[in-house]
Design a binder for this molecule. Structure first.
Ligand code: DGP
Length: 128
């Protein structure tokens, strides 16, 4: 894994240097629409802190930050109206997963039925 780059695109969005279509923000997390949506609802939730990946976040973040972040993920999905129809969470870790932005983030996909074969994400939605 690369080391954390403080100029990665999500760090710049968190600092307000780049725009985003914000969905939600609290002291632990910022949520915004993905610039290249792969589903009718495709929102990214990023923690406020310098974490390159899930492994880094899980090992290094204070417990309050971990809890606050995951509560924000749940709250965003709820506020997007996805609880009942359902939604998918994806967190890519490392180059082999397709991770392209090395600031830990969770994708929330919703608004359509997902293929059960999770290895087909995200291409299955890109072609749908
Ligand atoms: P991943 O491949 O898991 O690292 O996902 C990174 C996602 O970030 C990808 O779906 C595209 C999205 N993305 C990249 N740059 C920007 C940006 O400047 N703004 C927004 N809103 N999303 C971005």
């Amino acid at each position: 894994m690369p080391s954390y780059d403080r100029n990665n695109v999500f760090a710049r969005i968190l600092r307000g240097e780049l725009p985003c279509r914000k969905v939600y923000e609290d002291e632990f997390a910022l949520a915004f629409h993905d610039i290249r949506p792969l589903a009718p609802v495709h929102v990214l939730v990023v923690p406020k802190g310098d974490y390159v990946s899930n492994a880094d976040f899980a090992a290094s973040a204070p417990a309050e930050q971990v809890a606050g972040f995951w509560r924000a993920v749940g709250r965003v999905a709820h506020e997007l109206g996805l609880d009942s129809p359902g939604y998918r969470l994806v967190a890519n870790h490392g180059p082999m997963s397709g991770q392209s932005v090395f600031h830990f983030h969770v994708h929330i996909f919703g608004g359509k039925a997902m293929p059960h074969d999770m290895t087909r994400l995200p291409e299955a939605h890109a072609k749908a």
